[in-house]
Ligand binder design. Structure first.
Ligand SMILES: [Zn+2]
Length: 183
């Protein structure tokens, strides 16, 4: 209840003694195999003047979340979503372009999980570079069903032996070239 006027009722000492307060807040955050110290100098934490009980309301938690992303050096969930929307991409389209599995992008954009450092850098390149996005689009892999669709429509792949029209055929739309990977 961030809009409720102070003082708030303290559930620990049963008095109306919680007042606004700005404090230094420090904690360790594990991310991507490392442990990092997060330090926030002046964060609003409503605190009981009688017993010291701290109240973490929604606005406090929002500041902690935002600062944690910044200090870990990661794009925030809002930054990821805004950058995607600037490119007029749906979540699924961007997932496909990046080759992400499951609902990774959705989980990053809602802040359910932190993206790894490597994928954070990948996101930054994707957002910043039209060339990177073009490369990723052209390198899209198609599965057998897609290739067979191409066969029917354009007859480009009619020479693929049935025994080889297996799991992994790379299709380059720019040159109509195919490559067989493995057996
Ligand atoms: Zn108290």
């Amino acid at each position: 209840m961030p809009d409720k006027p102070f003082p708030w009722y303290c559930t620990r000492c049963k008095k109306a003694t919680i007042e606004p307060s700005k404090q230094r807040y420090e904690f360790t955050q594990k991310h991507d195999g490392r442990t990092q110290q997060i330090v926030i100098d002046a964060i609003p934490i409503p605190t009981c003047t009688n017993c010291g009980y701290q109240t973490f309301d929604q606005s406090t938690l929002a500041v902690i979340t935002e600062e944690t992303y910044k200090q870990l050096g990661l794009l925030t969930p809002a930054e990821i979503r805004q950058n995607r929307e600037v490119l007029y991409l749906k979540q699924q389209e961007m997932q496909d372009a990046l080759g992400l599995g499951g609902n990774s992008l959705s989980r990053w954009e809602t802040g359910h999980v932190y993206q790894s450092r490597a994928l954070d850098r990948f996101l930054r390149v994707f957002f910043a570079s039209g060339e990177a996005r073009r490369i990723l689009k052209n390198e899209d892999r198609t599965d057998v069903e897609d290739v067979e669709q191409v066969c029917l429509v354009k007859r480009c792949f009619s020479h693929i032996p049935r025994s080889l029209s297996c799991q992994r055929v790379t299709f380059r739309s720019d040159r109509f070239a195919t490559a067989y990977e493995g057996n």
